[in-house]
Design a binder for this molecule. Structure first.
Ligand SMILES: [Zn+2]
Length: 207
């Protein structure tokens, strides 16, 4: 809101308190309407008497706020795209949104957001990740002797063949096979996310 607008609102508020109601109407200028002519005359006098500052024009803070927000968003996106870590996330979810991924999701238990967030960022308690942070001495699946990552758990390991059937059935309603974990996470579809969480519960997988 501009300075003049504020002044007008304050005056209107005062008039309302005094029991005078004000209505704004459009009037044609320079047609001998007394109030209008007086306002026009006073405006011309004021313009002559008070020179406008040249170097520092006045503008409302809201304009500046918008400009700063747009500039910060631009800078943040550039930084996000070029950040050395998290390239998988940038690849999967470009460009970054201003709101959190779950802001459009319906109400779900805390576990839902925990599992999906970990899968989206790739920070899951798989053996591959646990080896990286020094919490285990092998990254291999105990059954298959291949690297146990999210893709292996959700898409390949025969330990979860039965529960995977249900997951694939649900995902196939939205995506044609073959699909991989990254692709189905990218869809940001709550039905698919529900099926992923159900898979974890039914398979007794803790991420
Ligand atoms: Zn396996």
């Amino acid at each position: 809101m501009g300075k003049l607008e504020m002044e007008i609102k304050k005056l209107m508020f005062q008039l309302e308190i005094d029991g005078i109601s004000v209505r704004f109407i459009w009037v044609r200028s320079h047609r001998g309407i007394e109030g209008n002519d007086i306002a026009d005359f006073n405006a011309k006098i004021a313009a002559l008497e008070v020179p406008l500052p040249e170097a520092t024009p006045w503008f409302p803070p809201t304009d500046l706020k918008k400009k700063i927000a747009a500039e910060l968003t631009k800078q943040w996106r550039v930084e996000h795209e070029n950040y050395h870590a998290g390239q998988r996330y940038v690849r999967m979810f470009p460009p970054p949104r201003l709101s959190a991924w779950f802001s459009n999701m319906p109400l779900r238990p805390k576990m839902f957001f925990k599992i999906i967030s970990r899968l989206r960022t790739g920070h899951c308690c798989t053996k591959k990740y646990l080896l990286r942070i020094g919490k285990t001495d092998s990254e291999l699946c105990e059954l298959c002797s291949v690297t146990e990552d999210e893709q292996h758990i959700f898409m390949e390991c025969p330990r979860f063949n039965i529960t995977r059937e249900k997951l694939f059935e649900e995902v196939s309603k939205s995506v044609a096979q073959p699909f991989n974990l990254e692709l189905i996470l990218q869809l940001q579809d709550v039905t698919i996310y529900d099926a992923i969480v159900k898979f974890c519960e039914d398979s007794d997988v803790t991420l």
